[in-house]
Design a protein around this ligand. Sequence first.
Ligand SMILES: N[C@@H](CCC(=O)N[C@@H](CS)C(=O)NCC(=O)O)C(=O)O
Length: 234
Amino acid sequence: MSELIVHHLPSAWGLPSVSPFCLKLDTYLRIVGLPFTAVIDKVPFGAPKKKLPYIEHSGRRIGDSTLAIDYLEGEFGVDGNAGLSAGQRAVALALQRLLEENLYWVMVYDRWMVDANWQFFRDIVLGGMPLPVRRLAGPAIRRGIGRRIEGHGLGVHSEREIHAIGIRDLGAVADFLGDEPFLMGDRATTVDAAAYGLLANILLTPVASPVKEAGLARDNLVSYLQRVRDSYFH
Ligand SMILES: N[C@@H](CCC(=O)N[C@@H](CS)C(=O)NCC(=O)O)C(=O)O
């Protein structure tokens, strides 16, 4: 069988990757039990879509965590949503969109745009570049990310509004989880991979934010992250 290789951004802060999407794919592979070899790419420039993660398998390179999952499910016959009804799959997809298409951008804002966080995050995210290049290119890359956050729509808001949006998203996830072990019930499914990838990167890192504080105040979310970690990363 051809080896499955997963390219992801480096680890930091005790997490396998500082990228929510890389950590998502890593978690997904552990949930469905597919063995893989992880390769760390310090920068995303060599990836097929210039973003990480991507996978290599049987001579193919597939960018995007969700498209990689689709490929793996077709190729290996695994199903990260096994046992879920069509209605449950729809709810899981809506939750995944909330996480990946909205709350993710709040995390990006806190890492890149909040000056106190940027002071140390830049060394992590740009750490793959030689120092002189980093000094020259860093401010331009940061401005580019700022434009992307505005393009998404989130970046036109004030910091207070951005944090309120993030706290609402995170609160909805915590409310939905309630006392269940995993988001869709007793077993971890694909949306748990997405949730762990992002929530661990918000709650379990030194990046300061009122969104992180609101998350840490939700006991069920904190124990959920511990449960995923204990189940798949021991
Ligand atoms: N939809 C993509 C998003 C991947 C993504 O945004 N990756 C970020 C790291 S968290 C990245 O590589 N960004 C580099 C860039 O956009 O230049 C997925 O699910 O894989």
